[in-house]
Structure formats: structure tokens, C-alpha cells
Design a binder for this molecule. Structure first.
Ligand SMILES: Cc1ncc(COP(=O)(O)O)c(C=O)c1O
Length: 375
């Protein structure tokens, strides 16, 4: 079976963990601190705050911006659930906007259409290693005085117009979940140039603590442990190498499949764009034939020995957690129907592109997909 993701950890991570175990210091130590400095340097922000998940990073970011219950936060309808549930946990209202049909990221035009007097923040999600059009999104956000939280959970190292994602907004969130570009086992980090946001989030992740006996704000235990940070420091050193291989593999597959998609007609590749340095969390393919569905593609590829990534079967607003809500906000989730999110959800998938694949594997993937269905 050609797996869609494989472990990217080994001897070096094991040695780093062992050191932590023998030291007996598991929390709030130098390793987390060093990891934060190194990650901030990599992204190019002044500060980074490490947490125990990407979701925790979203929670801390929303809290740090001083949003109040009833405030609206705009988020794309196609993402991982916590991009939107973090807003709900905060007492705010998620307002879903549509995504771009070409790069599957937030559509700036739809974002602007969803702005109301209650809009206080926006969460552009850099989907599957691509980038939102941050030039347009920042322009709109500035015009309406809306705070920007970039969700970079799937885009470590991605660039828009030559600038790394995570450096455009007020604050940005990354996930280090096991299958991401780099991992800490479980974990996340937020990046910002704002000292107040950084200080707030450091306290927020640690029960709102100022010192051992003083709690100034309502916080959580969202701390990253030393073991996780030890893995993260090694992984960060490997990130460029891992990403380059992912990119090389994806571009090879996409270039060859482009010729085939014109012939076969049932699928379409995501076209690479000059202004996006895509890090290909997914090697993205879209089903365009109405006669073919994703379950069938998945099943047939599995029979041939190829695993794929297939997530986001429905636009987020169709999930029960939102459908059951009774809100007074600007959006009725039951009536919502966003064209591109509806078209793409359950119709896109990612081919294997990880760093251990050989040219023979890649050629097999291309040939198998090309021959999967008759014309
Ligand atoms: C776009 C997006 N946002 C947020 C998250 C949440 O990250 P975590 O699983 O680390 O909580 C993920 C993780 O899959 C994600 O893909």
C-alpha cells in the first residue's frame, strides 16, 4: 500500500525525547522557550507561543483579540471543524463565507460580502498547503477594521507573493498534529508581532497565571510539554527538506496529470500559481464529473494499493453542531448554500506526495489514476 502520510520522525527525535525523560523536567522549561524562539525566527515574527494543539492556538488567538459574545467572526465554509468551533466556544458567531474554486482557500469577495456591523475578526485558512490571497484579504480587513487570525495549520512554509503565511495577520496559528508538514506529536503554536498578544497568550495557556498564586484572566491548561517541543526543534530543522520533497513530488504528479485530465475529463488538478509558494499538504485533485464520487475513487485506488487524503465531506455549516444552533446573528445556517464550498466538499482529494516516495511510486500513482475510469 502506498500510504498518503508516513512518520517523519526517527533516531534524532528519539534521542531528544530521551534527554527530556532523564532530565525529569517536563513542563515550562528551556526547550519550549527555545522552540518558540526558533519557530518565530523561521516564520519571521517577533514572538511565538507554543501550545498543546492548533485548536488551542485558535482559542488563545480569539481570546487575545478581546472579542465579546455576539461578535461575528468570518471563516471559510471548507476547513477543519475547529477553525469554526473555536469561534463558538468563545461565545462569538461563526459567519461562513465561500472558498475560491481554484485554490480552495477563502474567497476575498465572499469575505467582504459577509461583513456586517458585528464583524470583529476573520480567519483565513491556508487550505492544504496553498495560500489565501492575503493581499486582498488584508486590504478588506484594514478598510473595515477587522482583526485577522491566519489559520496556517496546513501551511508551514507556504508563501504568498514571496512572504510567509503567518506574517500577514494580527496573529497566526499552526498545528503540529502527527500528519502535518512537521509534528510535535500533538501541538500547536501561534505567532505575532504584538507583545501584548504574546504576553496574553502565555498567561492564557497557563490558567491565566501571573505568578504561582495570582490568576489575572480566565485561562486553560494549553501548555506545550518539553517532550513535544524537543520533537518540534528537530522537526523544524528538517522542515525545509521535507517540504522540498513534497513540493517536487506534487509538481511532478500534477504536471503529468494535467495532460491526462484533458483526456479523461473526470478530474482536474489544482493548477500551480506563480504568486503562491504551495507546500502541498495535499497533492490536490478535484472530481469534476457528476457521474463519479469520491467514495468510489477512494475504493478503487485502495484496491490498486494507493491511499488518499479525503476530508471535508460537507461544508462546515452542514454539520449538526451548527445546524442545531439557534442564533440571532446575520446568518441562517439552515438556509446557507455557498456554491464553491458545496461543489468542492466531498469532491477533492490528496494523492500521496510524502518524502519517501520513489519515482516508480509516483509514476504508478499517475498511471493508476489516469486509468481508473474509461473516458
Ligand atoms: C485548518 C486547520 N485548523 C485547525 C486545526 C486544528 O489543529 P489541531 O488538530 O492541532 O488541534 C487543523 C488540524 O487538522 C486544521 O487542519
Amino acid at each position: 500500500m502506498i500510504k498518503v502520510a508516513i512518520p517523519i520522525t526517527g533516531k534524532e527525535e528519539y534521542a531528544a525525547i530521551k534527554k527530556v525523560v532523564y532530565s525529569g523536567k517536563f513542563v515550562s522549561g528551556k526547550i519550549v522557550e527555545n522552540f518558540e524562539k526558533e519557530y518565530a525566527k523561521f516564520v519571521g515574527t517577533k514572538y511565538a507561543v507554543a501550545l498543546n494543539s492548533g485548536t488551542a492556538a485558535l482559542h488563545a488567538s480569539l481570546s487575545s483579540l478581546g472579542l465579546k459574545p455576539g461578535d461575528e467572526v468570518i471563516v471559510p465554509a471548507m476547513s477543519f471543524i475547529s477553525s469554526a468551533t473555536a469561534i463558538l466556544h468563545h461565545g462569538c458567531t461563526p459567519i461562513f463565507c465561500d472558498v475560491d474554486i481554484e485554490n480552495y482557500c477563502m474567497d476575498p469577495k465572499s469575505f467582504e460580502e459577509k461583513i456586517s456591523k458585528k464583524t470583529k475578526a476573520v480567519i483565513p485558512v491556508h487550505f492544504a498547503g496553498s495560500s489565501c490571497n492575503m493581499f486582498k484579504i488584508m486590504k478588506i480587513a484594514k478598510r473595515y477594521k477587522i482583526k485577522v487570525i491566519e489559520d496556517c495549520s496546513q501551511a508551514h512554509g507556504t508563501k504568498f507573493n514571496g512572504k510567509l503565511v503567518g506574517t500577514f495577520g494580527d496573529v497566526s496559528c499552526f498545528s503540529f498534529y502527527a500528519t502535518k508538514h512537521m509534528t510535535t506529536g500533538e501541538g500547536g503554536i501561534l505567532c505575532t508581532n504584538d507583545k501584548k498578544i504574546s504576553n496574553f497568550c502565555k498567561s492564557f495557556r497557563n490558567h491565566g497565571m501571573v505568578d504561582r498564586d495570582t490568576h489575572k484572566l480566565l485561562g486553560y491548561n494549553f501548555r506545550m510539554g518539553e517532550i513535544n517541543a524537543a520533537i518540534g526543534r528537530i522537526q523544524l530543522k528538517k522542515l525545509k527538506r521535507i517540504n522540498n520533497k513534497r513540493i517536487k513530488n506534487s509538481l511532478y504528479i500534477l504536471k503529468k496529470l494535467k495532460k491526462l485530465h484533458n483526456e479523461k475529463k473526470w478530474f482536474k488538478i489544482q493548477e500551480p500559481k506563480n504568486n503562491i509558494f504551495h507546500t502541498y499538504f495535499w497533492c490536490p485533485i478535484r472530481i469534476i464529473s457528476q457521474k463519479i464520487n469520491l467514495s468510489l475513487v477512494k475504493k478503487k485506488l485502495k484496491q490498486k494499493g494507493i491511499e488518499i487524503r479525503s476530508r471535508y465531506k460537507y461544508p462546515l455549516y452542514r454539520q449538526k453542531v451548527f445546524q442545531d444552533l439557534k442564533l440571532n446573528g446575520s446568518q441562517n445556517y439552515k438556509k446557507l448554500n455557498l456554491n464553491n464550498a458545496e461543489e468542492l466538499s466531498g469532491r477533492i482529494f490528496g494523492l500521496p506526495n510524502h518524502y519517501k516516495l520513489t519515482k516508480t511510486n509516483l509514476d504508478f500513482i499517475i498511471k493508476t489514476l489516469g486509468n481508473l475510469f474509461e473516458k
